[in-house]
Design a protein around this ligand. Structure first.
Ligand code: SF4
Length: 844
């Protein structure tokens, strides 16, 4: 960042000028004009929460005369070392974005489509809410409340009041989370080996070996400030191996880069396991050993199960016999395009570091059509070296004692009880979409299937949607389907900060409070062995007429529904939500917000409540300090009680066997048929062990010669920062990328063959779509593959994000318009990685 830091500061000053110029604040104006204002610009650091990604870091905003002028990490945060990552700074430009939605609006052009001007006109909040509740009451009058859907994007710890309670009291089963478009497949690995459906934490301070499966911890993933702060130490004491088709920021600093062919990670994982077993390098304390101490894991040879005495694991010999015995490094080298010697070296190094060794999963290796078993295989490596819940290994993290929303069952009338019994619109739990979260058929969400459900009216028609903090026509693969689905949706309400792609299809657009600085909420997460809850505080009064999405708007809807004869929601809010300090029920939207926030976080800030972590001295102390930190988790906590069927770490997953059999029984078929329906190749017992699956790709090589992969940016606040100057100006902090441009990174060898050079405008075509962007010849992608960052290609997010906002011309192209809609069906996850599609490239 050294070169860009100076430019960052220059841009900061420019933004300061912009803010001062538009608001006329004397002190800031003086600062912008270069006066010595050190006395007059004195402000205050206030605690809040960043939420530029799911790390949800505690952050502080420096407020001068009612304006945020800079941010820093919250010094009280142990998880983030009191730091933030570069993305956090962009939040200021996001809030002061002049293109934000400033007042409620309604559509006056009934025709919907990308080329239709919605002809939005400003309306009052009263008119907006009245229109929304008219539509809701119409559904109830017609006995069809299930035709309402709530679409949730990013959220706070208060989400369930809108997402769950409001949807279910109204009478719809359709509360749809975005989760499956950005994760889920990786959680499949730890769940079906050690019964843990969540992200892991990692003991980086103590580790000696880190295998990164498509993860780029110093740039993205879920603990960036921690990673940035500790990475120097990690590189000093550990070997870091980046398995990634791209020379990512982490790969550029790693000791080893394995530029795997996209989607072939599973081949490397099982080959590493093969080496560890055949060379006798597994951790005997965790896994156990052969009874007579002689290693019988010999290439190509099956082993008798009775000869091995397992300790904390289950099925090591079955795994060897069913899968590993033939998975040699030479076999993997051919599949993955990585030399066998490197695979052997890495396997030996990883095992030698045991148990201080981390196999770090990420969406990159698992969010592919056949990625569930890659997630299992890469996580199983942790068990082979005994690093599960061990010093220097992979951890679960402590818990945060925040509360849940009160039960709403008593507020559901007969119609809502009947309505919520309907199937969900995302088709979860059907034969093709098992979505086996927590071992249950249909236990997880299949977010990206909603568009298909809406288009096909399967299982029924959706007539109304309320969407917040999401932008599915931009962020979901097969984005064109979403545009079509929203075109035909009779009524869409979009709660948003920016006039996004989704808002273009809305009937009512509601301006949302900007999360980091205008909301009151909380969130919780973990990193650096610390779990934490952090406050999100309204540090400045909003400039525009915004409301808080999950609470204020929900209360207004409840009040309006009550006036129209459906008081259940308002009754629930008034009876069950109380300010814990005053005992009073809320009477206004903001009182409701604050009462709920205090109620849900009371265990954290109330000194009389017992907990394992900081003791705060009441609500105000929580607001001031901004964060509650847990104690560090115990090592080895679940070693004698993994929540699996066998209570062991399962290499042969009885837990998955039960889940798949349960799903097969429910859908009246057998497991082999489920494997077929979900595009997996495994049949028989292989379905229950981590194993290699050939990557599933769209497009024939003869027509589409290149494998396409996408990656994440250091500056991308979940595609919401593209309308800031800093994002565009500093886009080149992502290796291989360019400022103010959207580049497809092509290896120079391929560029020469195609006659394409850096800067050429190119058209990328997949079997399902086509986009244009710039070419960048770069050695950091392997020949035969093309890499492109997610985040550019907005056509409706604002004047900076688009090339020409008025003409709806995007800056570059949205990857989701060439990525086909496909799924890792066992988890319900969208398949966006692993080279899910082939492409061709032409000069545009
Ligand atoms: S963008 Fe994410 S990692 Fe960076 S400071 Fe914000 S929440 Fe933390």
């Amino acid at each position: 960042m050294e070169m860009t830091r100076r430019r960052f500061l220059q841009a900061s000053a420019a933004t300061g000028l912009l803010v001062a110029g538009t608001t006329g604040i004397p002190a800031l104006k003086a600062l912008a004009e270069g006066e010595n204002t050190s006395a007059s610009v004195e402000g205050k650091w206030l605690s809040t929460l960043c939420q530029g990604c799911t790390t949800w870091c505690a952050m502080q905003a420096y407020v001068v005369e009612g304006r945020v002028i800079k941010v820093r990490g919250n010094p009280n945060s142990k998880a983030s070392h009191g730091k933030v990552c570069p993305r956090a700074h962009l939040a200021i430009q996001q809030m002061y974005d002049p293109d934000r939605v400033k007042v409620p609006m309604k559509r006056t052009n009934p025709k919907k489509g990308r080329n239709e001007d919605p002809k939005f006109v400003p309306i009052t909040w009263e008119e907006a809410i009245d229109t929304i509740t008219d539509k809701m009451m119409e559904l109830r009058k017609n006995n069809e409340p299930e035709k309402y859907v709530l679409m949730r994007g990013r959220y706070s710890g208060m989400a369930d009041i809108l997402y769950d309670a409001t949807t279910k009291i109204f009478g719809s089963p359709n509360n749809i989370s975005h989760s499956a478009i950005c994760a889920e497949a990786e959680k499949f690995g730890p769940y079906y080996t050690e019964a843990y459906w969540d992200y892991r934490d990692y003991d980086l301070a103590e580790t000696e070996y880190v295998l990164l499966w498509g993860a780029d911890p110093v740039a993205s993933n879920r603990q960036v400030p921690h990673a940035i702060n500790i990475w120097g130490k990690v590189l000093d004491q550990a070997t870091v191996v980046a398995i990634d088709p791209r020379l990512s920021a982490s790969a550029a600093k790693a000791q080893e880069w394995m530029p795997v062919i996209p989607g072939e990670d599973g081949a490397l994982a099982v080959a590493i396991a093969h080496v560890i077993l055949s060379e006798g390098l597994w951790n005997k304390e965790f896994v156990g050993d052969f009874k007579d101490g002689v290693n019988l894991f010999k290439k190509g040879q099956t082993v008798s199960e009775e000869l091995f005495e397992e300790k904390l694991t289950f099925g090591i010999v079955k795994w060897w016999n069913l899968e590993l015995k033939d998975r040699t490094p030479e076999w993997a080298a051919e599949r993955a395009g990585v030399p066998a010697e490197q695979i052997i070296r890495v396997a030996r190094g990883f095992a030698k570091a045991a148990p201080r060794a981390i196999s770090w999963l990420s969406p990159g290796a698992s969010m592919q059509v056949r990625g569930a078993y890659t997630a299992m295989a890469s996580h199983a490596l942790n068990a082979l070296v005994g690093s599960v819940e061990n010093i220097g290994g992979t951890l679960r993290g402590s818990s945060v004692p925040t509360g849940k929303i009160p039960s709403y069952a008593d507020y559901q009338d007969d119609l809502s009880k009947k309505g919520t019994k309907n199937k969900k619109i995302d088709q979860r739990g059907t034969k093709e979409f098992p979505a086996l979260k927590d071992g249950k058929s249909g236990g997880g969400v299949v977010t990206n299937r909603v568009a298909d459900g809406m288009l096909d009216k399967d299982p029924y028609e959706i007539k109304m949607a309320l969407a917040y903090w999401c932008n599915f026509p931009f962020s979901c693969s097969g984005a064109q389907r979403w545009e079509k689905a929203l075109e035909q949706l009779p009524f869409l309400v979009h709660i948003t900060t920016n006039p996004s792609e989704m808002a273009q299809y809305a009937d009512i657009v509601l301006p949302a409070a900007f999360h980091a600085f205008e909301k009151w909420a909380f969130n919780k997460s973990k990193a650096n062995k610390i779990a934490f809850a952090s406050i999100q505080q309204r540090v400045v009064e909003p400039i525009w007429d915004v409301r808080i999405d999950e609470t204020e708007i929900t209360w207004m809807i409840a009040e309006s529904l009550a006036k129209k004869g459906f008081p259940n929601l308002l009754d629930y809010f008034k009876n069950e939500i109380k300010d814990p300090e005053s005992g009073k029920a809320p009477t206004t939207p903001m009182e409701f917000n604050m009462a709920l926030l205090k109620q849900l976080t009371q265990n954290v800030w109330d000194p009389s409540k017992e907990k394992k972590g900081d003791t705060l001295n009441g609500w105000q102390d929580f607001v001031d300090k901004g964060v509650w930190n847990s104690v560090e988790p115990d090592y080895f906590k679940n070693w004698d009680k993994f929540g699996t069927e066998t209570k062991k770490f399962e290499f042969y997953s009885e837990t998955l066997k039960k889940a798949l059999n349960g799903h097969a029984e429910k859908t009246k078929t057998n497991v082999d048929d489920v494997m077929q329906a979900t595009k997996y190749q495994a049949r028989g017992e292989l379905a229950f062990v981590p194993h290699y699956e050939e990557p599933f790709r769209w497009g024939e090589e003869s027509e589409y010669p290149f494998i396409f992969f996408e990656h994440r940016s250091r500056l991308n606040r979940e595609a919401r920062s593209a309308n800031t100057l800093w994002y565009q100006e500093f886009k080149d902090v992502d290796p291989g990328d360019e400022a103010w441009d959207d580049v497809a990174k092509i290896n120079p060898v391929d560029g020469a063959k195609l006659g394409i050079k850096t800067g050429d405008k190119i058209r990328i075509t997949s079997p399902t779509g086509s986009i244009t962007c710039s070419a960048k010849l770069w050695e950091g992608v392997r020949p035969g593959t093309v890499g492109k960052c997610y985040g550019q290609g907005h056509w409706a997010y604002g004047k900076i994000a688009a090339q020409d906002y008025n003409k709806r011309t995007p800056r570059g192209g949205n990857n989701n318009e060439i990525l086909p809609s496909d799924f890792e069906r066992l988890s319900g996850s969208t398949a966006r990685h692993g080279g899910v599609t082939r492409i061709k490239i032409e000069k545009a």
